[in-house]
Design a protein around this ligand. Structure first.
Ligand code: OXD
Length: 316
């Protein structure tokens, strides 16, 4: 294969660059940001960026581009009509999120059940007062979308003595799941769950999936968690459900608009935990992401089947 120019729109440590250039001679890695990407795009063969980067303007100015790789799992801003109609390969970083995201989900769940969401507020006023507690032991967790993140959540939930149920397109044998539901049985699963975690990709089918109707299908004691994409949930309906006690609480890492606007009612609710789209972030993230990219680059160069190829029309 002839020389390859790789443009990366994120900082890389020298060990990351070295791992990429070690794949074959004649690889050039240029690290820059979106603002300066235009200076390099005409010569770029492979573009590496986060899936929320609007790559369309770059894509239209990239005659050599053959492959776009998302450092994230989501590719929501990478599937412009032009790329959909082209033979440009699109891959993502699916498979590296399970550990940090599942830890984040349990951090939020346990914050609610041990009252840390309330205690944190009290501590600011030096207030010594016990708050109600709950156990997650023997409670049911309902995972909406059993991909690699959902499976890691299921594994940890089992280890904590929970009953695990999940929705999944295909019925497979899942060692950490007690019962699988089809997506069309979502309401049935919601009604059976004490903790509901959304772990779906954002697609035309999942956008706006959670409305007041879905919150009404949940137990009034249920806690709802979204670590997927904000647009899967109608946020105004969620706020109403939380205000009216339709559900008990919500742990949210993703929002319809990010950053979450300062006037969102969610900020002030003490039955809501807001985290700034950081569930996947950990010191290990970039090491894992670069390793995955390097493995795929090797396959690309050797013309072997690549993994994590995204169906550009389906969106995941
Ligand atoms: C991702 C994310 O899509 O962290 O990777 O949200």
């Amino acid at each position: 294969m002839s020389a390859l120019n790789i443009l990366v729109l994120n900082n890389l440590a020298s060990r990351h660059k070295d791992a990429i250039t070690a794949v074959m001679p004649d690889i050039t890695v240029t690290v820059t940001d979106l603002e300066h990407a235009g200076e390099h795009i005409a010569a770029t063969d492979i573009l590496v960026a986060w899936g929320w980067t609007d790559i369309r303007p770059l894509y239209l100015a990239a005659p050599r581009l053959k492959w776009v790789h998302a450092l994230s799992a989501g590719v929501e801003n990478m599937t412009c009509p032009e790329i959909q109609a082209s033979d440009t390969i699109l891959t993502n970083s699916k498979g590296i999120h399970g550990i940090p995201v599942s830890e984040h989900v349990f951090a939020m769940m346990l914050s609610f059940t041990r009252g840390l969401n309330l205690l944190g507020r009290q501590q600011q006023d030096a207030k010594w007062a016990r708050v109600p507690t709950e156990e997650i032991h023997e409670k049911t967790i309902g995972i909406v979308g059993l991909g690699s993140i959902g499976r890691e959540i299921a594994k940890k939930a089992k280890g904590m003595g929970m009953e695990v149920v999940a929705t999944k397109q295909e019925m497979t044998t899942e060692i950490f799941v007690d019962k699988l539901y089809k997506p069309e049985q979502l309401h049935e699963m919601l009604a059976a769950s004490d903790f509901i975690v959304v772990a779906l990709p954002l697609t035309d089918k999942t956008a706006g999936l959670f409305t007041l109707e879905e919150f009404r299908a949940m137990k009034p004691t249920a806690y709802f968690f979204n670590i997927a994409r904000g647009a899967i949930v109608r946020e105004s309906d969620l706020a109403i459900a939380l205000q009216l006690g339709v559900i008990k609480g919500a742990g949210l890492d993703v929002f319809e608009n990010e950053p979450l606007p300062a006037d969102s009612p969610l900020w002030a609710m003490d039955n809501v935990i807001v985290t700034p789209h950081m569930a996947a972030i950990s010191p290990a993230y970039l090491d894992r992401a670069v390793k995955l990219f390097v493995d795929n680059l090797t396959r690309y160069i050797q013309s072997r089947e690549m993994f994590n190829i995204v169906d550009k029309v389906r969106g995941y």
